[in-house]
Design a protein. Structure first.
Length: 108
């Protein structure tokens, strides 16, 4: 699954107490275990099952995902900017593989 690529959009700058929107997308096929390959064999279940976001090492968002989530899941959520720092994003799939990304934001 070398094509798995996380992407995210975080404002580079924000004002104190501004509500910003964090947007993420991960390119992942999200195999539910019900589909068959070209030879008629079941494709094993392999989905992103956990999404976690930390800001300056403190957890600010967590989400469990289920097999009904579509391919390439898009997740967006609000965040109230208080200080300058770094968002660390982590997606975990059924095989225990983790996909990470970081984005910085300056608050003034």
């Amino acid at each position: 699954m070398s094509k798995i690529k996380p992407r995210g959009k975080v404002p580079k700058k924000a004002s104190v107490d501004e509500i910003i929107e964090i947007k993420t997308l991960i390119r992942h096929p999200m195999h539910s275990g019900r589909m068959k390959d070209k030879n008629g064999k079941n494709i094993p279940k392999r989905i992103i099952n956990k999404f976690l976001v930390k800001f300056n090492s403190k957890q600010v968002f967590v989400m469990d995902l289920e097999p009904s989530i579509s391919t390439n899941p898009y997740i967006a959520f609000p965040y109230k900017a208080k200080e300058t720092g770094t968002f660390d994003f982590e997606w975990t799939d059924d095989n225990g593989e983790k996909y990470t990304m970081s984005r910085k934001m300056t608050v003034s």
